[in-house]
Write a protein that binds this ligand. Structure first.
Ligand code: SAM
Length: 251
């Protein structure tokens, strides 16, 4: 039997890895990595020395076919294949789903017969780490991944600001100020009709939570109204760095 394990890896602190993930990585015949140098840092930290191969969002179809070929071959010496991304959980705003979808289609018979098993080795994700400490209503939420840079961005912001559910997305340090300004502008929209007025008051009740550099030395959670959060980061340009999760919730 061949096992294809999809493994969650740390989002900053290299100690955030499960015992199961370490065992699976140690026994891997091949580890598919977004960036082999990045994953080697994690493997070296845990004294794991295994063969790696790159698989990322720009990988060609030939690489996908090569991986499917490896998983198909029951005579192969390779029995344990692992997929990791640079950080966190594969398939969450990271490569994974497309490859796994292809494997599920192409190797359907092997999966049904038990010759191939696709298994999850759960681990950290910036999404769940952020929710766990934000203190926002999260019985239901919508995760948007990275927002589009241009097309549909404005419409999405309008949706985010009037949503009933908590809205969560990832943002880069290059765009975070622009995003916070856009949220703030949205909150200051002045409506004239009664409908506009009620939308405006709904939007005003939004609470913004920024989770920055989770699990790292400068981990920080900043929350408040859109204006308060925007002012905070304007006043502390040194904190407009690192990795961000943005949460927009109803207070
Ligand atoms: N697959 C990953 C996961 O499970 O979280 C996400 C990968 S995505 C390419 C990278 C984005 O996740 C970053 O731009 C940031 O928005 C968020 N992120 C990753 N690590 C983070 C951290 N330590 N603190 C805050 N956000 C983080």
């Amino acid at each position: 039997m061949i096992t294809f394990s999809v493994v969650g890896t740390p989002i900053g602190n290299l100690e955030d890895i499960t015992l199961r993930a370490l065992n699976v990585l140690r026994n891997a015949d091949l580890v598919l990595c977004e960036d082999t140098r990045m994953t080697k840092r994690l493997l070296d930290r845990h004294d794991i020395h295994v063969k790696t191969m790159s698989y990322h969002m720009h990988s060609k179809l030939s690489r996908v076919e090569e991986i499917v070929g490896i998983l198909r071959s029951n005579k192969s010496v390779i029995q344990n294949v692992v997929l990791v991304s640079d950080a966190g959980t594969p398939s969450i705003s990271d490569p994974g789903s497309e490859l796994i979808s292809k494997i599920r289609v192409e190797l359907h018979n092997e999966i049904v017969s038990g010759a191939l098993k696709i298994e999850a080795i759960p681990g950290p994700s910036a999404l769940t780490a952020a929710i766990s400490i934000a203190g926002v209503p999260c019985a239901e939420f919508t995760f948007l991944g990275f927002l589009p840079h241009k097309k549909g961005r404005q419409t999405l912001f309008t949706e985010i600001m009037s949503a009933e559910r908590t809205m969560i997305f990832y943002e880069s340090p290059h765009r975070i100020m622009k995003t916070l300004k856009m949220i703030n502008d949205q909150c200051s929209v002045s409506g004239e009709s009664a409908d506009d007025q009620s939308k405006k008051s709904e939007v005003r009740l939004k609470k913004i939570t920024i989770c920055r550099e989770l699990t790292k030395i400068f981990e920080e959670v900043v929350n408040g109204t859109a204006a308060e959060v925007f002012e905070y980061f304007t006043a502390h340009p040194d904190k407009v760095r690192g990795e961000f999760v943005v949460i927009v919730s109803n207070t």
